[in-house]
Design a binder for this molecule. Structure first.
Ligand code: MUC
Ligand code: MG
Length: 367
């Protein structure tokens, strides 16, 4: 079970439809496939998603930090030494996506070695997750059409709508159009990706007070410390911390200071090991959680679903598991399926998905 090699392979797959939100936009999955090899000949896989507008990481940067700094420190450790792995990864600050992909690939390799699913190793609560789809910035009519497509084609009934544009009426009109068209048939919540000031956010939320939103996520900058607490104290729905709570200690700080009441757990930035800690912390503090999405491809989504379904708390809410549907292709031998609004996770070894080597050859950027 000793780690013998860690590969970082950049690849690019275009989106059929870009996702636009307040902090940036994604037109192609310019991700990094991480493969951890062991002395038993097992290979664990994971996907790192560079999100420079959130964490400062880029695709070449992720490849470089893995090849030059992170991987050499892990060689010779075993798959069971995850605490030692994280203490070595923590010698380098930042780089959450690079570190998380290594951690996920280790878990995948461990599952394959033991012939057990990662879902089962973590908790095995259920084998399915209800799905929430993220709707990016468009004209209201196009956002309505996208929701209609997701309901008709996949039975999805929960939608996270991106907000944070100025003037706020651009977004409030879009959310209202969705509620008017679909009524109580759908659940809606909003994510501002830090786009508004606290006062703009409050104005927008008051304009949408009659729309039955479940949550508001990251509406204004976390660094606006007092304004943000003021905003959260004025809202009558839970406030999800996403970019402001990317580690267990940030979760503690945000929640205990009154700057958030709910947490987004993203395996893409806390891997499996640290996501488990965020989960345990949230459970101990009595918080609702949402399994979030870093605009992941199918490999990242399969990991999020395996993790989310492993625990009661994380499987209670629909997970954000569907934005890979907008990609033109992916790397897996068997595409993931969302049917009747549900994602049924594989219970094969590891994360229970396989990389299609021909597709990897087609999309990799390093050969
Ligand atoms: C989200 O919840 O904010 C979009 C950008 C990003 O970093 O994460 C996604 C979704
Ligand atoms: Mg968010």
């Amino acid at each position: 079970m000793k780690i013998t090699k860690v590969e970082a392979i950049p690849f690019a797959i275009p989106y059929q439809k870009p996702l636009r939100f307040a902090s940036g936009e994604v037109h192609a999955a310019e991700h990094v496939l991480v493969r951890v090899h062991t002395s038993d000949g097992v290979v664990g896989v994971a996907e790192a998603t560079p999100r420079p507008f959130t964490y400062g990481e880029t695709q070449p940067g992720i490849v470089a930090v893995i090849e030059q700094i992170l991987a050499p420190q892990l060689l010779g450790l075993t798959l069971l030494q995850r605490e030692a792995v994280w203490s070595r990864l923590h010698r380098t600050v930042g780089n959450p996506a690079a570190k998380s992909a290594i951690d996920i690939a280790l878990w995948d390799a461990l599952g394959r070695t033991l012939d057990q699913s990662v879902n089962g190793l973590l908790g095995g609560f259920t084998d399915r997750m209800r799905v929430c789809h993220m709707v990016g910035f468009e004209e209201p009519a196009r956002m309505v059409a996208e929701v209609e497509r997701m309901i008709d084609a996949h039975g999805i009934r929960t939608f996270k709508v991106k907000v944070g544009r100025k003037p706020v009426t651009l977004d409030t009109a879009a959310v209202r159009a969705l509620r008017n068209r679909f009524g109580d048939e759908i659940e809606l919540y909003v994510d501002g990706n830090r786009g508004w000031s606290a006062s703009e956010a409050l104005k927008a939320m008051r304009e949408m007070a009659d729309l039955g939103l479940t949550f508001a996520e990251e509406l204004c900058p976390a660094d606006d410390v007092i304004s943000r607490r003021w905003l959260v104290s004025k809202l009558d729905i839970p406030f999800i911390a996403d970019e402001s709570a990317t580690t267990p200690s940030e979760v503690t700080r945000e929640v205990l200071s009154g700057a958030a009441t709910t947490v987004s757990i993203k395996c893409a930035r806390t891997g499996i090991t640290q996501s488990q800690r965020v989960h345990d912390l949230a459970e101990g503090l009595g918080l609702e959680v949402v399994m979030g999405n870093q605009v992941d491809g199918q490999l990242g989504t399969a990991c999020t679903a395996a993790f989310g379904a492993a625990f009661r708390l994380t499987s209670e809410r629909p997970g954000e598991l569907s934005n890979f549907l907008d990609m033109s292709d992916d790397l897996l031998t068997q595409p993931l399926v969302i049917d009747d609004g549900e994602f049924v996770i594989g219970l094969g070894p590891g994360i229970a998905v396989e990389i299609d080597e021909e597709k990897l050859t087609r999309y990799r950027l390093d050969r």
